[in-house]
Design a binder for this molecule. Structure first.
Ligand code: NDP
Length: 287
């Protein structure tokens, strides 16, 4: 008998878990990657009540049900980190960030990674902005700031100052990061209050959540930079407008969002993502 048998690959399941979650762009982004790779995937937004028991119950059900990979967003990144630290394992970037945005199973236990910081670095490099030898300032001392420091240092920046509204949080962050990683420790990070950040930098990154709120950061008159990045994205950001008027090249964080997602997709599927072409598709879809 010469009957031809047809085999199709099973659909792979993914999710992003958060609260709130309805705004997440991750499902659209990952479907573009899947199309590029010829994979059949489902990628769901998963709402979860804001408590540890619910988070653990959802994660357990997802992976026991055959889920391949999960993204974790606000407010669960630290919980995911805590779980992997005690019951699973962590990448070096997740260890230093103290937060997990990417989960997968490894040796039948949860493995947590953090692709946010490397996503930022990959996007900045794709813009052609030089990081090697760069004098960098980060404004903000929350979870996002913590996550981008090690990848920036690994990309070869020369100096790093962390400025924050609450200066004590910037000081604690510098102390904790230096203790967590010898590469960071050898860089002797500085910290200061936002209004005390003065002089010329090559790159300034806004890692605060001030974004589109009516508030503005108290920036010194002589603060300048060739390149200025805001982790937030959406409409015109006052922080970027401030520096664009002074001649800086600027970017919002949409490219970082795509780049960190691409790294998660690559960890899960082993398939390389063409981020440039995915970005073109996503921007075309958005119009
Ligand atoms: P956190 O809540 O952990 O930290 C918030 C930071 O913003 C703190 O440093 C806080 O200062 C500062 N801040 C908040 N409001 C003000 C204000 N009115 N004036 C001055 N400073 C202020 O947030 P995250 O670190 O998790 O996130 C920061 C931003 O990064 C968010 O907007 C998030 O959306 C974005 N992000 C983007 C990603 C991307 O892929 N593009 C990935 C991850 C994050 P203080 O300590 O004084 O309170």
């Amino acid at each position: 008998m010469n009957k031809t048998l047809t085999f199709t690959k099973a659909q792979q399941h993914f999710m992003v878990i958060g609260n709130p979650i309805a705004h997440s762009k991750s499902p659209e982004i990952h479907q573009v990657f899947a199309k590029q790779s010829g994979l059949d995937i489902s990628y769901q937004r998963q709402y979860c009540p804001d408590n540890a028991e619910s988070f653990y119950a959802v994660i357990t059900a997802f992976f026991n049900g055959g889920g391949v990979g999960a993204n974790v967003t606000v407010p669960f990144k630290q919980l995911a980190y805590d779980y992997c630290q005690t019951q699973g394992s962590l990448s070096e970037h997740a260890k230093v960030a103290g937060a997990v945005n990417t989960l997968l199973l490894k040796d039948e236990a949860l493995y947590g990674d953090n692709t946010d910081g490397q996503g930022l670095v990959n996007h900045i490099e794709s813009l052609g902005w030089p990081l090697n030898g760069a004098r960098v300032a980060i404004i903000g001392a929350g979870g996002a700031a913590r996550g981008v420091v090690l990848p920036l240092i690994q990309a070869g920046i020369s100096t790093l100052t962390i400025a924050n509204r609450t200066v004590s949080k910037a000081q604690v962050l510098v102390t904790e990061l230096s203790a967590a990683n010898s590469t960071i420790n050898s860089h002797k990070l500085k910290s200061c209050a936002t209004e005390e950040l003065t002089g010329a930098f090559d790159l300034i990154i806004n890692a605060t959540s001030i974004g589109l709120s009516g508030n503005t950061l108290p920036l010194a008159d002589d603060l300048s930079s060739h390149y200025v990045y805001d982790l937030m994205y959406g409409r015109a950001l006052p922080f970027l407008q401030h520096f664009a008027q002074r001649g800086a090249q600027t970017s919002d964080g949409y490219g970082m969002l795509i780049a960190q997602a691409a790294l998660s997709f690559e960890r899960w599927t082993g398939q390389a993502v063409d981020v440039k072409s995915a970005t073109v598709s996503l921007k075309a879809g958005a119009t």
